[in-house]
Design a protein around this ligand. Sequence first.
Ligand code: PRP
Ligand code: URA
Length: 215
Amino acid sequence: MTFEKYDEMVFIFDHPLIQHKVSLLRDKNTDTKEFRELVSEIAMLMTYEVTRDMPLKEVEIETPIGMAKTNILSGKKMGIVPILRAGLGMVDGMLNLMPMIKVGHIGLYRDHETLEPVEYYCKLPDDASEREMVLLDPMLATGGSASAAIGFLKKRDITQIKLMCLIAAPEGIARVRKTHPDVQIFCACVDKGLNSNAYIVPGLGDAGDRLFGTK
Ligand code: PRP
Ligand code: URA
């Protein structure tokens, strides 16, 4: 898997399969079923790169033919935290590859007047502070939701945090970089910017509504 570096903490996936699937996601004629499948598939493809730095340790395993020195994962365990609602769409794709990881949830919505995030739910695994946690949200628009969610994780003593999104606006990247310069951001595309309602342009519209068919 290859990726472009936006800066030293921001990685953009330029793999053709991811780019192709994001194009299908953007299409306003893509229906809810296909949209949901695409979000999950892209999350699964991105998982390869987001987990690239996981440490390995050598073990000996007996194969039917003989002994093999081989590698298994070691070190800190991982967890994922979808930001409700739309982050839920990325969970299954990651669980397909890493069925043992724990899943926390943070509920946030953007107040339509102030455009600032409002928290309504937070439930994390008991041992979250011992894990590397990957926050999931398809859209990084103003960056308010992601910055707040990262802040909630840090308040609960979680120090190793990555953010995985599908489409990011430069404004959102700048806000997260400023408020949480230690957090790596992984995304499939960086778009032009935001419109007056803080939607990403050209983006894909409202990710939660498209995933769950609420509009
Ligand atoms: C969307 C999206 C992000 C947030 C991004 O959620 O899933 O969480 O907006 O915007 P920001 O970067 O400007 O904070 P929304 O608030 O629409 O809630 P929903 O997932 O329940 O639809
Ligand atoms: N949330 C979305 O779902 N889409 C956007 O473009 C911005 C925020």
